[in-house]
Design a protein around this ligand. Sequence first.
Ligand code: TRP
Length: 330
Amino acid sequence: MTKRILTGITTTGTPHIGNYLGAIKPSLELARASEESFFFLADYHALIKTQDREKVRSSVTEVALAWLSSGLDTDKSHFYRQSDVKEITELNWILSCITSKGLMNRAHAYKSVISENTIDPDKGVSMGLFSYPVLMASDILIFNSTHVPVGHDQIQHLEMTRDIAVRFNHIFGKVFNLPEAVVQKKGTTVPGLDGRKMSKSYNNIIPLLSDEKTLKKSIAKIVTNSLEPGEPKDSTDCNVFKLYENFSTEKDQISFKKEYADGISWGEAKKKLFLLINAELEPVRDKYYELESNKKFVNDLLEFGAQKVKPIAAEMLERIRELVGISRIS
Ligand code: TRP
């Protein structure tokens, strides 16, 4: 079977280097090695998180620019907006009708919102948040994807996607293959400025598409201990070192570790980190500036992407509608 990789990125907030390292870079590498790849802007997923129209709108642009600037090749990969492919939301309903509520009750995404007590008291848990794994399953299954690059937090959603696919196949006949999650190897969590996982919700990000000065400023804010220059430092459990690890070779890490032991100052350590990250992000930034000034081009690319994938989705949906009995009277 053709290897078809697919991944979605929820369009909320400013893309940060955690997204770049955890999702964009490994996905693009995988795409280069795959026959077919699908990347999409999960803008309907964004509505789960915010009702701020401007935020939803600007995030789509930012995320599109992040992927394109990082090297997504739209000749080789399908790149589209989820909302342009209406078949996805139609499938979402069909799959909702065969998905048990009990399965959704177990979803971490909504459970963590409850346990962290971050629910808006006026709204409670929205149905969108509760049933979001079904929308995700629809994104994946409409294209019969085989491999789905995701972060650790999404493994459960892939299991749910498979559960839903198995159930559909069992009731209506085998239509869906069972997609596999492709997860970054363990230990690659990208720490944010405060050491917790880099996340928009923790407000601890280093933005991906910033200018040099902003990048330097962000890095200066990374929390360290208060050891003085000259005092030996431990690289384990150090936020600066952990970020360094994500961009460097093993050889460089060994020598950086030695500098820690020799008492490098935090200012120097951060400068080294800055130079390393900046070197990697420079071409991304240049491409970003180029695209940023030509939004029409970006829109056209997305439009073109949607036109390419829609017939595939339409054919799949037609098959599914027939199977569940939603077809012309005959
Ligand atoms: N839920 C994913 C996230 O928050 C984004 C996403 C939406 C996705 N649909 C998808 C990822 C389908 C992979 C496949 O990261």
